[in-house]
Design a protein around this ligand. Structure first.
Ligand SMILES: Nc1ncnc2c1ncn2[C@@H]1O[C@H](COP(=O)(O)OP(=O)(O)OP(=O)(O)O)[C@@H](O)[C@H]1O
Ligand SMILES: [Mg+2]
Length: 253
């Protein structure tokens, strides 16, 4: 806990609370059976903000994400999404409010074509937003254009990941959560996915990013939080976290 305030609050952090808060999580706990995994985590995400979520293997990153999405049954704490109390919300309710999830290990339907995967994900965003058309998603991922009539199961790992992100964009979310989107992919594909993450950020969609490449995460984030054993041990603006002498120890690098 002694490192909790190692990075001073920046003016940016202060404005987050005042501006439009998409996600406001307070004292989030989570358990798997008798194993207490998250020990009271606070997280805020403002409109259009990109947050990097860092920490070594098994520190609770995916559990935090899955708790926010309503996937972890044994959880406690307060979660407000878009001003609405979602502390006990079900996953489909969270999705309907405008949070898209690109899970670890890809979320595509293997027996549907690329086109079907994309079209069935489509929905209008808040206030009727529909700027992510099929055409725009295919412009963003030209490889998917070439594979439109292939089944999800016929795609390479990288193409499946692109399809999973494409499906998230078709939902016109206010917030996209990416858990290890580049895991196990070839370097050229990884670079392409980071390019798209940059485009998503530039388009004004907020993102919460987990990735093993902490340098890339910090380079693409406005703020970052670092977890250790289910607690936030370091947080602040991305440059401040990157400059922290405590970071390497928390990440084991
Ligand atoms: N379904 C589960 N059932 C029981 N324990 C789990 C389950 N999922 C995760 N855990 C445990 O909870 C802790 C946190 O795991 P979590 O997957 O959230 O970590 P992580 O930070 O995402 O790690 P990684 O970098 O490996 O993805 C770990 O000790 C893990 O073994
Ligand atoms: Mg994980």
């Amino acid at each position: 806990m002694s490192h909790l305030n190692a990075v001073e609050t920046t003016p940016d952090d202060v404005s987050v609370a005042a501006v439009d808060l998409l996600l406001d999580a307070h004292a989030i706990h989570a358990w798997y059976g008798s194993s207490h995994v998250l020990h009271g985590i606070d997280l805020q995400i403002g409109r259009g903000e990109t947050i990097g979520l860092l920490g070594r293997n098994g520190m609770g990153k995916s559990t935090l994400i899955r708790s926010l999405l309503g996937h972890v049954a044994q959880r406690d704490g307060h979660l407000t999404l878009f001003g609405k109390d979602c502390s006990r919300a079900k996953p489909h309710e969270v999705a309907r409010l405008g949070v898209a999830y690109v899970p670890e290990g890809r979320g595509v339907f293997p027996n549907l074509t690329v086109r079907e995967n994309l079209v069935m994900a489509a929905r209008l965003g808040r206030d009727g937003r529909n700027d992510w058309s099929l055409e725009r998603v295919l412009d963003t991922f030209p490889r998917l254009q070439e594979r439109l009539s292939n089944l999800g199961a016929q795609l390479s790992g990288g193409e499946q990941q692109m399809l999973s992100i494409g499906r998230a964009l078709m939902q016109h979310p206010e917030l996209i959560i990416l858990d290890e989107a580049t895991e196990g992919l070839a370097p050229l594909i990884v670079a392409d996915i980071w390019r798209v993450i940059g485009q998503i950020r530039a388009s004004g969609i907020a993102t919460l990013i987990v990735d093993r490449d902490y340098r890339k995460v910090l380079a693409h984030s406005d703020r970052a939080i670092v977890l250790q054993k289910g607690l936030v041990v370091l947080q602040g603006s991305a440059p401040a976290v990157a400059a922290s002498t405590a970071l390497a120890g928390f990440l084991g690098v």
